[in-house]
Design a binder for this molecule. Structure first.
Ligand code: TXA
Ligand code: MG
Length: 327
């Protein structure tokens, strides 16, 4: 199959209507979209990504009218859920709720809940609006790899497997949406993301369930693994590299040229966490492509968006002897 990169939105809508998959930009990362209510179309997403069938997908809605057509909101948490989506939609915010039967089993991997969000990206919103139905869309990378933030990243991983990638430039947030479940009046954070715990805490009590047990099935410990071993460090200034090893640095603190490192990428020269998140996956890919022996990444401050960045770095870090991808 030939994979095209284009800006032709009408072609995207037409392919989606035929039950094909199309990669689309969102405000977080690129997604691999298909008709969420068509099980045969959704199967194509799993095949292109080589994603295990036990890992459920996020359903993107064209608008709020679709919300209660796919989820069951007759819970005691209804008011809290509505407040949250009023505040954060459209945007990088996903909520897991009991599903309605219109959502095929393959989308939720058989779970009785479904993850939903409304994207604010103008291209995504335009295409889903024309399509007129929900789109299932996981990040458009192969399973276990880093999420794509440009059309070229998608092409590098899925060339030959999908017909079309819509190019919307680099995605603004650069990391995946915040995922929460709302249960018994509490907001459970299943995946950290652009909407921080600080922001969520104004709506209710927060429970962080991203560590330890696998709360979202896709949150495997090495989910964001580059090929190169990656080590988290506190501070590059005090790092001593072995002379026989090529080491690349993903820096938080700006550093002048430094001969301990083959290459340096600074997440944000002005130490802005938003800019750092937007650059994170691109820089990880660039350093991974250099064929060095080790990537060292400096810890970023553990507040706001920093917590979500650290979470990705922790999952990206693995020792040379550990498997780079989840089994
Ligand atoms: O920003 C994003 O969320 C991007 C863009 C494309 O929308 N999508 C994305 O999808 O990151 P994906 O499939 O790469 O990650 C979705 C995560 C997975 O970890 C999956 O296990 C979890 O959401 N998930 C989906 N449905 C769930 C459910 N019913 N209960 C718990 N976790 C769920
Ligand atoms: Mg993903």
């Amino acid at each position: 199959m030939k994979t095209e990169i284009s800006t032709d939105r009408a072609a995207a809508v037409e392919l989606l209507r035929k039950g094909e998959v199309v990669a689309l930009p969102t405000e977080t990362v690129y997604g691999l979209a298909a008709d969420a209510l068509n099980a045969a179309a959704v199967v194509r997403i799993f095949e292109a990504k080589e994603r295990p069938r036990f890992d459920p997908l996020i359903v993107h809605l064209p608008d709020r009218d679709w919300f209660e057509r796919v989820v069951d909101l007759s819970t005691q948490d209804r008011q809290l859920v509505l407040k949250l989506v009023d505040r954060f939609w459209p945007g990088p915010f996903t909520v897991v709720l009991p599903r309605k039967s219109v959502v095929p089993d393959i989308v939720t991997a058989g779970l009785d809940t479904v993850a939903v969000r409304i994207s604010s990206h103008s291209i995504f919103a335009g295409i889903i609006g024309k399509f007129g139905k929900p789109l299932a869309a996981p990040s458009a990378n192969r399973f276990g790899m880093i999420s794509p933030t440009t059309a070229q990243h998608v092409f590098d991983e899925l060339n030959g497997r999908i017909p079309l990638i819509i190019d919307g430039g680099a995605t603004p947030h650069g990391i995946e949406s915040t995922i929460v479940a709302v249960r018994e009046g509490k907001i459970e954070v299943l995946r950290r993301g652009p909407i921080s715990e600080e922001e969520l805490s104004t709506f209710g009590k927060i429970d962080i369930v991203t560590e330890g047990k696998i709360s979202a099935p896709g949150q495997l410990p090495t989910h964001y693994a580059p090929k190169t071993p990656l080590q988290l460090i506190d501070d590059a200034k005090s790092f001593s590299a072995r002379a026989d090893r090529g080491v690349a640095l993903l820096a938080w603190s700006p550093l002048k040229i430094d001969n301990r490192f083959v290459a340096i990428r600074t997440l944000s020269e002005r130490q802005d966490l938003r800019e750092a998140a937007a650059n994170l996956f691109r820089y990880l890919r660039e350093l991974d492509a250099l064929d060095v022996d080790l990537i060292v990444a400096e810890r970023v401050p553990d507040r706001g968006l920093g917590a979500a960045i650290l979470d990705r770095l922790q999952r990206a870090s693995h020792r040379p002897d550990a498997p780079a991808r989840p089994e």
